[in-house]
Design a binder for this molecule. Structure first.
Ligand SMILES: Cc1ncc(COP(=O)(O)O)c(C=O)c1O
Length: 415
């Protein structure tokens, strides 16, 4: 049995207690197959100072990826076309396309590169010829998932139906039973940002396809730790973004677009990059690229696109399956520990991603979080709708989870 020993400092009342936490989580042994846990943690130095449990908000970027991105940015800004000639401009995008296709389990031709998830979602939504019928989603979705369709509904005769959450979770049977001949689009997150609920994409896709609709999935709270294979899950569109679980800087997103949909659609947002030969600059001729590349349209922050490719490479080197097992073990420990604390009410269902959200009954959530922020080693987390959301990732250990739980218990006894 292999043990990784880490010294952590726990602030208990006024006493500082140095505790040797034996991290015997099997996942660290597993993660260590290719990169040792020490190597991984050394890429995220802030973890020594902060108990960072907030990857559902912003993920930490590995030092090695920061260096590569920075280096490229400096070379490009100093060297202009000496650094980025036409060939290299294509190569940066193709590099990300290649990594994106491996991450999502599809062909490179089905990957389009965007700057954000909201941009990708709008581009797809406005490209569909939606004049009537129903768009189905849920009422606890992240706004960028529902807003493009609500906006289209102001212009076209479509009905956007949002399935209601019960106790902050979406009853999957309610969603499935709502899919009928009227349904044109089902759009939802693979893992919900608010409560971590994970949806069975394959099951939903089957139902949507039976009625001739399409399934659009926002995977920004899943890709980076959840193994994804779009050829098995068969959504029509699967979008994800750089700056959360994929551990890359802001400003990049990728979308899988099925070949059928790609062949059928004319992109709503277009520009010089959308065409078959982007270097021919023929103002009169709009001939789209034959692949998902037709949804790309402009120059962009190339350093970030390169950074995202590097981050995906980094995560794949460790292994997405291994990261999944690691994160799920941490979430399990969190669930068990939180479940034993009086007045703590977990809203996250068992079928979940790497997110746990809970309410604290009878206490002021902001007050509790303020105290967690003021610890010698602060706990970083999110408050969402007056609930606490925790989202551990590859750089967290069991010690991080126990440190948070110990301190939460202390705080709750005092206020
Ligand atoms: C589910 C979901 N979709 C989209 C976004 C935002 O993506 P972007 O900022 O890339 O548009 C978030 C951010 O929290 C999110 O949780």
């Amino acid at each position: 049995m292999c043990f990784f020993i880490q010294t952590i400092v726990v602030e208990m009342g006024k006493r500082k207690v140095h505790r040797l936490a034996e991290i015997n989580v099997k996942q660290f042994v597993v993660l260590g197959d290719i990169m040792s846990i020490k190597e991984i943690l050394s890429d995220f130095p802030i973890i020594d100072e902060v108990d960072y449990l907030n990857s559902a908000s912003i993920g930490l970027v590995p030092s090695t990826v920061i260096e590569r991105t920075k280096e490229f940015f400096i070379d490009l800004t100093r060297g202009g076309t000496l650094t980025l000639d036409e060939e290299k401009e294509v190569l940066v995008y193709d590099g990300l396309r290649g990594e994106g296709s491996k991450l999502l389990g599809c062909d490179e031709d089905n990957i389009a590169i965007f700057n954000s998830v909201s941009e990708a979602m709008n581009s797809i939504a406005w490209s569909l010829d939606l004049r009537e019928g129903q768009v189905l989603s849920t009422d606890i979705e992240f706004p960028s998932v529902t807003y493009p369709w609500l906006r289209i509904a102001r212009k076209e005769n479509i009905d956007v139906k949002l399935i209601s959450a019960e106790n902050w979770c979406i009853p999957i049977d309610d969603l499935i039973s709502e899919i009928d001949d009227e349904t044109r689009v089902v759009v939802l997150s693979h893992v919900e940002y608010l409560n971590g609920q994970k949806f069975d994409i394959k099951k939903i896709a089957k139902q949507v396809h039976e009625v001739g609709g399409i399934l659009v999935v926002d995977g920004i709270q899943a890709a980076g730790y959840l193994p994804i294979n779009v050829k098995e899950m068969v959504p029509d569109v699967y979008i994800t973004g750089s700056y959360k679980w994929l551990l890359a800087p802001f400003g990049a997103a990728i979308a899988y677009i099925s070949k059928k949909l790609c062949d059928e659609l004319e992109p709503a947002i277009v520009g010089w990059r959308s065409t078959e030969d982007m270097w021919n600059f023929k103002a009169r001729e709009l001939k789209f690229a034959a692949t998902a590349r037709k949804f790309e349209y402009s120059t962009s922050a190339y350093d970030v696109k390169l950074g995202l490719a590097e981050s995906i490479k980094y995560l794949r080197k460790i292994g997405i399956e291994k990261i999944y097992s690691h994160n799920m073990d941490l979430i399990k420990i969190l669930g068990e520990e939180l479940g034993s604390i009086e007045n703590v009410d977990i809203i996250t269902p068992e079928n979940r991603g790497s997110i746990i959200t809970f309410k604290i009954n009878g206490k002021d959530t902001k007050d509790v979080v303020e105290k967690l922020h003021k610890l010698k080693r602060p706990v970083e987390l999110s408050i969402r709708l007056n609930m606490i959301r925790l989202s551990p990732h590859v750089y967290n250990t069991e010690a991080d989870i126990l440190y948070f739980v110990d301190n939460l218990k202390q705080i709750l006894t005092k206020i």
